[in-house]
Design a protein around this ligand. Structure first.
Ligand code: GDG
Length: 481
């Protein structure tokens, strides 16, 4: 869907349904002559929320992606039938609130400290300031009694800020990443403020019951109240003054029908055959698709594959691993270091493995159009999804949705939220090179009947649990609070 430049801006106090996320669902392209053009960004959240944003006075509030002092921009005010409201941020705010506190403190802490979180008062202050900007914009546009759905770790303080500005609103909060166990979360110098911030919502949702349970435990410790969390029934946090906050798990999903339909088109099927042929028609094509992020386990996965070749368990003449890494958070130092490490590993492997003309490990550092990505999913025999920790992992679900002939295998980390829904995948401990090696060999060696039985069971589950069900489940629970 394309944004609409001439659409009407929303008036203050007019929106009955508000989605708030760090980013607006649009991307800017800056042409050579400096002209800025906007296009819709086709993320999972956008397709999940499009149906619930349609047919009412709905608005999406977020940052445009361009710092105001870098270039003055006026993002479009509409997208299809819903309005867009920009929260302007300066370069310094982006550095401190987004790259700093969100991505160098919260992201690593919430992903089990895979790298050490940084604690800086300056970035914390910027995080508070920007959360307040988002709360003020939302308070201005929301109608009396409106429903507001706040998303993700960049906006943990916003629910309570919004509640103090607008106690009449119904506020839901959803965390897309894991919520860590108490012993990790309690390391955060600003732990009390963060928990109180989230508890400004009427409903706090997580990807898994583990995240919801961890949150309830932390809340009970910090607020000195009973922990009533139950894995099946969810929990309630009872606050002073009688207000109750509902806490539960709502595993996110994808638009299954649209992925399956795209995978089945003759163009994508043809492109999948071409991809295999361009890669030398291997007997087995293995695939990895990740944002370039240290949580995704790319390094252990590549090392496992290289070792299988070195041990002569795999034949470099008949097997190829294609690793697609999408550029991400390139301004953050840890991400630059990770990219260097991965590229060193790939370079060394290229020099050491295979005969002339054989290239068993292929690597691409770029984003692909959706059709091309789906063609890779269709082409691959084995999908390797081995994050050290992941809230859900939509790549695993997309791969399953695209196996319309049930003829593919999924190797999946035990520590991705998706593992709870896909017990038929080849589950691995992503920290163990041996475990990843074993799973690759088993996935390759299994019978066709076993492979199809597993994939069919995963596809049946996924078809019943798509993204529309996720959004409805959350919004129904919010309406019922
Ligand atoms: C966070 C949580 C949770 C990737 N490369 C390309 C491309 N992608 C798309 C995939 C998928 C999305 O990006 C990545 O989603 P993931 O779920 O795998 O991971 P995060 O980005 O870390 O997402 C995660 C998610 O939020 C949702 O709640 O599942 O746990 O960390 O949709 O397809 N898309 C295109 N080209 C690429 O090259 N078109």
């Amino acid at each position: 869907m394309q944004p609409d430049r001439v659409g009407q801006s929303i008036s203050d106090g007019a929106a009955s349904f508000v989605v708030v996320a760090n980013r607006l669902p649009i991307d800017a392209t800056i042409e050579d002559d400096g002209l800025v053009t906007w296009s819709g960004s086709p993320g999972g959240l956008v397709s999940a929320l499009a149906p619930v944003l349609t047919g009412r006075e709905a608005v999406w509030i977020g940052w445009s992606g361009i710092a105001t002092d870098e270039r003055p921009v006026t993002p479009p005010s509409m997208m299809g039938s819903y309005h867009l409201v920009d929260v302007p941020l300066t370069t310094q705010m982006v550095e401190e609130y987004y790259e700093g506190f969100s991505n160098s403190t919260l992201w690593p802490l919430f992903h089990d400290r895979i790298v050490a979180p940084e604690y800086h008062r300056d970035t914390w202050n910027a995080y508070v300031e920007v959360n307040l900007l988002f709360a003020e914009r939302t308070a201005a546009v929301a109608a009396q009694g409106a429903t507001v759905w706040v998303h993700d770790y960049q906006l943990l303080l916003m629910p309570s800020m919004l509640r103090s500005l607008r106690p009449d609103l119904r506020i839901g909060f959803y965390l897309h990443i894991p919520f860590p166990p108490a012993e990790l979360f309690l390391q955060l110098p600003w732990r009390q403020r963060i928990i109180e911030g989230m508890l400004g919502a009427d409903l706090v949702g997580f990807q898994t019951p583990f995240g919801a349970g961890n949150f309830c435990e932390v809340a009970s410790l910090l607020l000195d109240i009973d922990n009533t969390f139950d894995r099946d029934a969810g929990g309630w946090v009872d606050l002073d003054g009688g207000r109750r906050v509902r806490v539960d798990a709502f595993p996110i999903s994808i638009d299954v029908v649209s992925y399956a339909a795209l995978a089945a088109t003759p163009e994508v099927q043809q492109r999948a055959r071409e991809i295999r042929s361009e890669l030398g028609d291997p007997k087995f094509l293995l695939l990895g698709v990740d944002r370039m992020d240290y949580t995704k386990g790319i390094d252990v996965r590549l090392r496992a594959f290289v070792e299988l070749l070195e041990d002569q368990m795999l034949d470099p003449g008949t097997v190829v691993l294609m690793q697609i890494a999408t550029p991400s958070r390139e301004q953050v130092e840890e991400y630059q270091r990770l990219r260097e490490d991965i590229e060193l590993l790939v370079g060394r492997a290229a020099g050491a493995l295979g005969e002339i003309g054989e290239m068993p490990l292929r690597y691409m550092y770029s984003g692909l159009p959706r059709e091309e990505l789906v063609a890779f999913y269709v082409a691959a025999d084995v999908m390797l999804v081995t994050p050290f920790r992941d809230g859900m992992n939509l790549v695993a679900k997309e791969y399953v949705a695209c196996q319309v002939d049930d003829n593919g295998s999924l190797v999946l980390s035990e520590f991705a939220g998706a593992a709870l829904e896909f017990p038929q995948a080849w589950l691995v401990n992503p920290f163990s090179q041996e475990s990843v090696k074993e799973a690759i060999m088993t996935a390759i060696g299994t019978t066709s009947a076993d492979r199809r039985r597993r994939m069919s069971a995963m596809r049946t589950h996924l078809t019943r649990h798509d993204v529309a069900r996720w959004a409805k489940g959350f919004l129904d629970a919010l309406a019922a609070v």
